[in-house]
Design a protein around this ligand. Structure first.
Ligand code: OFO
Length: 175
C-alpha cells in the first residue's frame, strides 16, 4: 500500500517522464526538419522509451492500490542553436530526472516503502545508462565537429545507435 506522500511523488514522476518523452519528440522534430534523419530516428526511439517509463509508473501506482493520474504536460523547448546544444540540453534534463528519482528513493526509505524502493531501482540503473549514453554522444559531437560536415557524420553515427537501441539493450529495454 502506498502512502499518500509516495503516491503524490510517483504521480509527479509520471509527469516528468511524460515531459521527457515530449522533450525527445521535440528534439527529434528539430533534427528531422534539418535533414538529420539519423539523429531524429535515435531521438524518436528515446521518446518511446520515456513513454514506457511513464507507463511503468502509471501501472505500478494502480497495482499498489493508489490512483495514477494522466499528467498535464507543458511544451518542451522547440528551438536549439546547434546539435551540440540540443544534446547538452537533453543531458541536463536527464540529470534532473536522476535527481528526481533519487529524491523518490529517499522518500521511500523515509516512509519505509521497500516495495516502491525496489521498483525504483530499475530507474536508478536506467538513469545511470542514459547519462552515460548522452555524455558519450556529446563527446562524439565534440570530436567530429559541430559544423555541417560534422553533422553528416554525427547523423550516420546516431542512425546506427538508434538502430542498436531499437533492438534492445541497457535498462531501457526492460518492460
Ligand atoms: Fe531518462 O527519464 Fe525516464 O527514467
Amino acid at each position: 500500500m502506498l502512502t499518500k506522500k509516495v503516491e503524490n511523488a510517483l504521480n509527479k514522476q509520471i509527469e516528468m517522464e511524460g515531459y521527457a518523452s515530449n522533450y525527445y519528440l521535440s528534439a527529434a522534430s528539430w533534427c528531422d526538419s534539418r535533414g538529420l534523419e539519423g539523429c531524429g530516428q535515435f531521438l524518436y526511439g528515446h521518446a518511446d522509451e520515456e513513454r514506457m517509463h511513464m507507463m511503468k509508473i502509471f501501472y505500478y501506482i494502480n497495482d499498489a492500490g493508489g490512483y495514477a493520474l494522466a499528467p498535464e504536460i507543458k511544451q518542451p523547448p522547440t528551438k536549439f542553436k546547434s546539435i551540440l546544444e540540443l544534446f547538452e540540453a537533453i543531458l541536463a534534463h536527464e540529470i534532473k530526472v536522476t535527481n528526481s528519482i533519487n529524491d523518490l528513493v529517499n522518500l521511500c526509505l523515509h516512509e519505509k516503502d521497500h516495495s516502491t524502493n525496489n521498483f525504483l531501482q530499475w530507474y536508478v540503473a536506467e538513469q545511470h545508462e542514459e547519462e552515460k549514453l548522452f555524455r558519450q554522444v556529446i563527446e562524439k559531437i565534440k570530436l567530429i565537429g559541430d559544423d555541417p560536415k560534422g553533422h553528416y557524420w554525427i547523423d550516420k553515427e546516431l542512425a546506427g545507435m538508434g538502430a542498436a537501441s531499437a533492438k534492445g539493450g541497457g535498462a531501457g529495454s526492460a518492460t
